[in-house]
Write a protein that binds this ligand. Sequence first.
Ligand code: GLA
Length: 685
Amino acid sequence: MITYEEPGSWLLTTPSSAYVVRLGPDGAPRCAHWGPRLTPGQARALPAGREELPGEGGERFGVAGLQVRYGDAVRGVEWRHLGHDTDTDTDTGTAGGGDGDGEGAAAHLVIRMADRHYPLEIDLHYRVRSGSDAIDRWTTLRNTGDEPITIPRCDSAAWTVPQREDYRLTHVTGGWGAEFQVRRTALATAETVLTSRRGHSGHHANPWVMLDAGDATEDHGEVWSAALAWSGSWRITVERDHDGRAGWSGGFGHEGVTWRLGPGEALETPAFTGVYSAQGFGGISHRWHDHVRRHVLPAPRRVRPVVFNSWEATQFDISQAQQMELAELAAGIGVELFVMDDGWFGGRTGETAGLGDWWPNPERFPDGLTPLVEHVKRLGMQFGLWVEPESVNPDSELYRTRPEWVLRQPNRHSTEVRNQLLLDFSRDDVADWAYDRLDELVTGDDVAFLKWDMNRPVTEAGDEVWVPYIRNVYAVIDRLRAAHPHLMIEGCASGGGRADLGMIARTDQIWTSDNTDAAQRIAIQHGYGQMYPACTMGAWVTDSPNAITGGRTPLAFRFHVAMAGALGIGGDLRRWSPEDLEEARHLVARYKEIRPVVHGGRLDRLADWAVQYTLDADVVVLSWRPTTLVRATAPLRLKGLDPDGRYRDEDTGEIRHGALLMSHGLPRPWPFEGVSELKRFTRVG
Ligand code: GLA
């Protein structure tokens, strides 16, 4: 709900938080409150605080989320209020296509501002939705004059947290095969920059941030957080000053990338969504998961099928007969969708050739994909394909015919990463080509699922490329979804290199990491799940020893880790014993029983090595002892049950008291590593 409290003051109310914006004496919009709910009377008593979009000019010496240069070399903005608009509409989901089953009424506030002298209008947008604690904020700039204006920086929003004695910063870091490692550190009295300059959101970081006052735990204490809906370069600068004030400003692009706003043109930033919780980091995750499931995902209620993916099993060494054999084995253990990964197209028999040539390799598939697709369908599964539409190998038909489509700069060396170049996706003709090729593939072979990969960063890109590139990636995916409402898309960039709210808004799941070692995956999933829900977290069971790490884990352990997300199978089933396949069949069947709870329920982290999902009367607990160093001996205490409720253990039939499950917990007499457990309880009274 958004209320206009008095001239120049607005109160945004969500189920458990409130946000107050007020025009300061200098005319600049400022944050007066972000925290627990307030009455209008309380909101009115608050003074204006830090700026909503701090710029340059006057006595501003902090981070400038808005940087402007006019033709006469004058910089900055002097704020003038033009008015405001509010409207309420029914939210029908973010991206086009899919089941479009987003829900709830949304209220949208636009505070319309302008420069006092120069022809620049600045709209500050706020959106809240009934039943959600998320507040979307973004900015639109408009050049209303007849000279270009240079914009070195336009953040989506700055967020201010209330003044506290101390602050802690939570974020994720990592690398390929090691994404989403949670870091929680004291916030320096300085500017701390979280950023990606890679043209994708990154393995080394992820575009979200959390601050607390140093006192929040998993279940208690105030936490303030925000995440950016952007899949290219980004920057979030967290600021803590000498007087103990803290907040952050964030938006698309990295430093040094400048926008030229021509006469009559507008620049709209992506949304930077904020969530506050007084229930600790667990409470923050609950709110983000709810928000993503209800308002971000294009088809949140769609059942995520159990996928088989061929990558680890066959790598580039693909043949029709071998894929058919894998499909038979996959169908036998209960797989619902068979995905052929890299190596099926053009001259792609290794990393050096073929990217860009999106037709079946004529030697490997002399009759096209139809025989394999028909085989997969006869086995009762849907069919999916891996694609990497933004890339091209110099050794490809596409490169030979369209060398001018490659992203490059004159007089500069073209950087190859994994032997590939990038197409200039900021060009509409390139985006149209990609759409046509993919549309043809999906239509021709009844493809139900695309794994959209991106295996290299953006290099040799001029200022004008970075933003339109991502917008065109979005546009191609959105067009595909609109034309093929049942198509599922998995977002991937060498694993979890492009996992963000922008990608999640137009995909069904994310390939979390190329590291499929179940013991190591626990930490990756722990970090991913801070922000993004389990239904989006692609997780495969692969072989032991693991192809990347060499780590060995029992089959049930591998399943129990992957069952905490959107389960897939990525092992070479031809090498699994009949006993393994039989055990896998049982575990897939169990997964299908718990899938609605894992994907639709509330996630509670019971420990670093245990998660609980709760949906209405159903409770699922997955716990693992990945190494003997984890002291997994204390009882595992469940969360969020009704203390007066009675819960049936679905394996033993035993009836347990909610109060005891929460206070005394489940015993963990696990002496060694490699042990794992799946428990199910149903509330019976
Ligand atoms: C990336 C992906 C992998 C696989 C390969 C194929 O690395 O993350 O899952 O699809 O590309 O080349």
